[in-house]
Every structure is written in C-alpha cells, then in structure tokens.
Design a protein around this ligand. Sequence first.
Ligand SMILES: [Zn+2]
Length: 414
Amino acid sequence: MAGGGGGGAPAAIAGAGGQPADASATSKDGLRAGWRERYSRQIRFAPIGEAGQLRLREASVLIAGCGALGASLAQHMARAGVGRLVIVDRDYVEPSNLHRQSLFDEEDARKVLPKAKAAETKLRRINGETIIEAHVADMGYHNVGIFAADADLILDGTDNAATRLLLCDEAFRLGIPFIYGGATASQGMSAMLVPGRTACLSCLIGEEDGAEEGDSCDTRGVLSATVEFVAALQTAEAVKWLTGNKESVRGTWLNADVWNFAVQEYKLPSGVASCGKCGCQARSNSAELHSVEIGLRQPLQDSDDVNFPDNRDRESRLHGRRSTALCGRDTVQVTMGFALELEREIKYLERLGCGVTINPYLVKAELPSPCTEKLVLFPDGRVLVQGTSDMAEAERICDEYLSRHNRRVEGTAG
Ligand SMILES: [Zn+2]
C-alpha cells in the first residue's frame, strides 16, 4: 500500500473478491488500476464513452446545500466519478431528515453531525478518488465566490429562493450553468440555466427573496420519491454537460407531480436583453469583464477562516449580528458577526443547566425546563434557535445563554 495509513483501500481501488488492489498501481496512461472496470457500465453508454468519463474525472462541481436534494446529488456525482465536489451546508442531521435524505443515518442524527461532514464521510466510502471539500457554512454574498471558484457547474440543493438567486447570479457571473431543483410534497421542479443560452433565475421567478417561500417541506411535507425524481433530473443534465454532451441538455423548465402523476415542460426563454445578468452575454465587452472579475477571486479555503471581500457583509459585521427566520421551521438563525469559542460556550451553557451535546463541529444545547427551545452553536458564529420564529426572542435567548465573553466582544465590535 502506498502512503501508509491504516484505513485499507477505498472501494474505488478494491480488486475482485474484495481484496484491496495496489493503490499505487497505474496503467501506462496514468489511470489507476481498475478505473475502466469501475466505470465500465457508464463508459459503455455511447454518449459518454471513455472520453466523457475522463472529463468527469477532471470536473469540479459545487453542491449548494446538502439536505435531501443535495445529499442525493452528491452521491450521484461521486458515484459517476466527478473529480472534485465542494459541498456547503449550514445545517445538521435530525431524525426528521432520515425518511428522505439518502446519505444520512440514525447515528448521524444521534451525534448531531453537520450534514456537510456526515456527507463527506459517506462520500469518501462511496468513491475514495473523488476530492471532497465539505464546508459547514451559511452560503451568502461574502463566501459564494470562494465556494464557486473553479466549479464547472453549480447544483442547487438549497431550500430557499434567496440563496438560489444568489447562486444563479454567481453562476452567470462565472459563465457556468446553475441547475435548479426544488421538491415539496409530491411536486418537484427543475431547470438547467445556462449563461449565453437561457434566462437567469431572477428573470424567471422574480427578484424578491420571498418568491417561492411559504411552500416549504416543513409546512407541506415532502416525499422521498419527489426528491429522487428531481435529483435524477438534475443529475442527468449535469452528467450531459460535464461529459461534453452540451447539445443534449433538456432546455426546459420541468414541473412534475409524482403522486397525481403529471409532467409539464416549458421551453426556457433565452437571456433577457435588459437583464444585467443573463443579458450581459450580448454585450461586446463581456468576455473582458469576466476575465477581470475571475482574476480577483480568492482561492478556496476553509470556512473557518474565510475573509470577507464583499462590502455588504462587512457592513453587516460592523453592525453586529443578523437574524433570519428559517421559513416553516420554527427556527431563527442568528449570525453573531464573530467566531464562537465553543469550549467556553459549553462550560457556560452547562453552568446554566442546559443539556449539551457536543461534536467536533457544533454544540447543541437544550435549554433548562420549563424552556423548550434548543440552541445549536457553530464556530463560525451562527446560532440556530429552535422553537421560535420570533427573531427578537431568538436574540434575547442568545443574550441570555451565550457567555459574557461573547457579549463583551460584540460590544467592542459594534
Ligand atoms: Zn436575467
């Protein structure tokens, strides 16, 4: 075995009969032993072939959100042989996720693992050759460019319109496709939006953050069949694009109901001339603008130490914390505006009588009776307050249950 380590060979390089193959063995063309066999059924599919499979190996995909859709998409991308996956999710695994979020299990929920990290562990077992970069973070203006850098396309696994609009804008700025997907109850929808070919998401659904909200899985429920149907649509378009079958993409907005079975398709309009995002390809100097902007991007780094290149975020940091009610979830996300020292917070929460669950990525605290709220603290300074939709109440709870140290830091920061 090359490289030492005691974990044994990943499945990707295990030989027939379950015996690990020599991890360092490569054929004359530089491919690992067993690579062709592993992907043989995909390679035999004529539109992909070995050339397409090699393209997948070189491809990089950003999966935004790793809930039901994102977990399924991540699994499909890893199994298909995509070379690099960047996964970003702000949430953790709960028992109510397990009926539809295919990468997670009861142990993940018991350990309160962040979805990005639980997914990373499973994906490494599925394909040891895929580079997995998992980030426990809230996607926003300040970091979308960092996560999307070097991506060949963006897969939508998010659950809200505001983040989708942000992602699609970034995709169009970079000149890469955004593959939209949504699943609620028995209804799913998907569309692949391509710069230079189709309109952008804001031209299709409007600019308001609230466009689609109210129709969440938490208010109307969702079937695993809906999720997998939509993930399959997104996966098919992604694989077409990444294997060079760019003329085969569907080019439609598809709505489906998997219960009262019906499918509707609408041809996607081309870019809107007056739109600064999808219409900008028509401008003669667009290529130059793109190259300048891409040249300014930051290299990908851990979410722990991302810097904040965007004015909008600097402004909000200056003014301290931000709160967002998560639609339909009876949860408020409070972004404190500074990193949390979890060791200190654990001691403080325990002193106040909270039941505390700890893992390397977050701290979950059940407030002492008669309170019923729960707090989930992330080191990046986010706190999920579960059991209320009232932002003022959530902030009051943070004031009461976060240590004085943090309150002092906040005071000096503002
Ligand atoms: Zn547009």
